[in-house]
Design a protein around this ligand. Structure first.
Ligand SMILES: Nc1ncnc2c1ncn2[C@@H]1O[C@H](COP(=O)(O)OP(=O)(O)O)[C@@H](O)[C@H]1O
Ligand SMILES: [Mg+2]
Length: 513
C-alpha cells in the first residue's frame, strides 16, 4: 500500500496482494502513482482499489500488456502506463519546452517540476528526432535545465479510431456543468467542486454530413434587426464581424441573455479577463447562469489553454445538443482562437503563410466550426455565434475570409453606425443569413427585402439628401424611405437590455411593407 500526497489530496492504492510494493514513491512528488516496473500479472490482483477523498473508490482496470490504468480524482492524472521512463528538460525557447527521453505521442500531457518545487503541466505538440516538444497548458513557472518530466497521461488504447489531440486530453462533459464557470481546461473558476470526467471522456463526436438534421426552425434572438432581416435558423453557424470596439461582445451578450434556448454555452476565448466577470454577473446574472455554461480562457491564458477552451466549449454544447436540448454556443472570439493556433504553430516551427498565419490555422477553424450545427439528434439543435475581429477594419483579414466561407451567415457591424450611436451597429446591407429562406415565411421574406431596399437607398443617398440636392419625387423608394426614416431607425436601434419577442418584431416589420 502506498499513500501519495498532492496539493492536500491524497490517494491510496491498495492491492489484494499484500506483497505488492511496486508503487514508486518517487512519483509521489509529482502527484503520480505508478508501477516501478512491469509487474508480472500474477503478483498483482487484477483490480486493486484506488481511493481518494475526491472520488469514491475506483477500480484499476485489469492489467494487460503491462499497462495499468489509474483513475485519479485530481484534474490531470488519468492513466499511467507501467514502467515508463521519465524525461528531462533539455532546452526552453520561447513557449517551447524540449524534452529528451520521453517519446510521448502528440497531445499527451506531462508534468514538470520547477526549480522552486512547483509543478507545471505541459502538452506535447510535436517532436524533432528524439526530442519531444511541449508547451505549457498553464501559467509558466521557472524551470531549470534537466528538470524531471513525468508523463501524466498516455492515450488509451483505442480501436484504431481517429481521435483529435484536443479531445483526447479534455475534461469531462455532463449535466453538472450547467450553471458553472470553468477555465479552458475544465477546471472550476467559481470555487465549486470540479466536474470530473465521465466515460464519455475523449470521445470525438463525428458527424456524418448526410445525417445532420436540416435547419428548418427559426431561432428567436430577441434582437429586432436580427430576427426581422437576418432570421437565424436553429442549427445555423453565424459570424459577427467587426473591428475592435464596434459592439461585437455587447451583441453577443444581448443574444446570450434572451435567445430562445434550453442551454447557452459561452466560450470567452482570448479576450479581456475583466469581461469574464462582467459576462457572468451583469449579462447573464444568477438566473441566466442557471441555463448556461461559461468556459473562460482569457488573453493571459496559455495558447494551448485558449485553443482547448474553444474545443471544450464546443464539446459541452455538443453534449447538450445530443441529449435533446436546443443549445446555443456563443464564442468570443474565433479570431483569438486562430491567433492561439498561430502562436502554437509558429513556435513549433511551422512557416507562416498568409499575414503571419501558418496553414494549420486555416485547418483548425473549420475543424472547430464543423463540430457545431445540428447532428442526427431530432430534438436537439446547436446554433453557434462566433465573433470575428477585423483587424484595422480590414475585411480581407485571412481569418475573417476563412470564417466567412464556412459559416452559414455573417452579421457585419459598421464603425460608421456605432460612431453615430446607432446600436446594434448592424450593417444591414452587407449582412446575410443564408438559412433565412428556409425558416422565414414568404411574406416575411418579401417584407424584409423591401425594408433592406429602403435602408440601402437611405444610406447611399445620405449625402445627397443632407446637401438638399435630392429632388423629391425622383425615386419613389427613397421617398418612402425618407418618410419612414425615423421609424426605420427606431426599429433597428435597440438598447442592451431591451428584448422584443419574435412575433412582435414581425408585426412591426409589417408596418414598413
Ligand atoms: N447596443 C449597444 N448599446 C449601447 N452601447 C453599445 C452597444 N453595443 C456596443 N456599445 C458600446 O460599444 C462599446 C464596445 O463594444 P464591445 O462589444 O465591447 O466591442 P467589441 O467586442 O466589438 O470590441 C461598449 O463598451 C459600449 O459602450
Ligand atoms: Mg469584444
Amino acid at each position: 500500500m502506498i499513500e501519495v500526497e498532492e496539493s492536500g489530496a491524497s490517494i491510496r492504492a491498495e492491492s489484494a496482494d499484500a506483497g505488492n510494493s511496486r508503487w514508486l514513491t518517487d512519483y509521489a512528488r509529482a502527484g503520480i502513482a505508478m508501477m516501478a516496473e512491469p509487474a508480472e500479472s500474477s503478483s498483482l490482483s487484477p483490480a486493486p482499489l484506488i481511493s481518494s477523498p475526491l472520488t469514491d473508490q475506483v477500480d484499476l482496470d485489469p492489467l494487460s500488456n503491462s499497462r495499468a490504468e489509474l483513475s485519479y480524482a485530481g484534474d490531470s492524472l488519468r492513466t499511467t502506463p507501467m514502467g515508463i521512463r521519465t524525461g528531462s528538460l533539455h532546452r526552453v525557447t520561447g513557449l517551447i519546452y524540449e524534452v529528451r527521453g520521453l517519446p510521448q505521442p502528440i497531445g499527451s500531457l506531462a508534468r514538470v517540476e520547477s526549480s522552486t518545487g512547483q509543478l507545471m503541466d505541459i502538452e506535447s505538440v510535436g517532436f524533432r528526432g528524439d526530442v519531444t516538444l511541449y508547451m505549457g497548458v498553464d501559467q509558466a513557472r521557472p524551470l531549470a535545465p534537466g528538470a524531471a518530466v513525468y508523463p501524466l497521461r498516455t492515450p488509451r488504447r483505442s480501436a484504431g479510431a481517429h481521435r483529435s489531440v484536443i479531445e483526447q486530453t479534455s475534461p469531462g462533459v455532463d449535466e453538472r456543468l450547467l450553471g458553472r464557470v470553468v477555465d479552458g481546461l475544465g477546471r472550476p473558476l467559481d470555487g465549486r467542486p470540479p466536474v470530473t470526467s465521465s466515460s464519455q471522456d475523449g470521445q470525438r463526436i463525428e458527424i456524418n454530413p448526410l445525417t445532420r438534421k436540416l435547419i428548418g426552425e427559426p431561432l428567436e434572438t430577441g434582437v429586432r434587426a436580427v430576427d426581422s432581416l437576418l432570421t437565424i435558423g436553429r442549427g445555423q453557424r453565424v459570424g459577427i464581424f467587426a473591428g475592435s470596439g464596434v459592439g461585437k461582445s455587447v451583441l453577443l451578450g444581448m443574444l446570450a441573455g434572451r435567445v430562445a434556448a434550453d442551454v447557452v454555452v459561452v466560450g470567452l476565448i482570448g479576450e479581456r479577463g475583466r469581461e469574464v466577470r462582467e459576462f457572468c454577473d451583469d449579462i447573464l446574472g444568477p438566473k441566466g447562469l442557471q441555463r448556461s455554461v461559461v468556459v473562460a480562457a482569457p488573453a493571459d491564458a496559455a495558447p494551448l489553454a485558449r485553443l482547448r477552451g474553444a474545443f471544450y466549449a464546443t464539446r459541452v454544447a455538443q453534449y447538450f445538443r445530443d441529449t435533446g436540448r436546443h443549445t446555443v454556443l456563443i464564442l468570443d472570439s474565433l479570431s483569438r482562437f486562430g491567433m492561439a493556433q498561430r502562436e502554437i504553430a509558429l513556435s513549433t516551427g511551422e512557416p507562416p503563410a498568409t499575414k503571419g498565419y501558418p496553414p494549420s490555422v486555416f485547418a483548425k477553424i473549420p475543424e472547430l466550426v464543423e463540430m457545431a450545427g445540428n447532428s442526427s439528434n431530432e430534438q436537439g439543435s446547436l446554433t453557434a455565434f462566433y465573433t470575428v475581429l477585423l483587424e484595422g477594419d480590414d475585411t480581407n483579414d485571412p481569418v475573417a475570409d476563412t470564417a466567412r466561407a464556412i459559416l452559414d451567415g455573417h452579421i457585419f457591424l459598421s464603425r460608421d453606425l456605432s460612431e453615430m450611436g446607432h446600436y446594434p451597429a448592424i450593417d444591414v446591407e452587407r449582412s446575410i443569413s443564408r438559412a433565412m429562406p428556409r425558416v422565414a415565411s414568404a411574406q416575411h421574406l418579401t417584407r424584409a427585402s423591401a425594408f433592406k431596399q429602403m435602408w440601402s437607398k437611405l444610406s447611399r443617398s445620405q449625402d445627397l439628401v443632407s446637401m438638399g440636392a435630392y429632388a423629391q419625387g425622383s425615386d419613389p423608394i427613397l421617398d418612402r424611405a425618407l418618410a419612414k426614416r425615423d421609424a426605420i431607425n427606431t426599429f433597428l436601434r435597440q438598447g442592451m437590455t431591451e428584448s422584443t419577442p419574435f412575433s412582435e418584431t414581425i408585426e412591426r416589420l409589417a408596418q414598413f411593407g
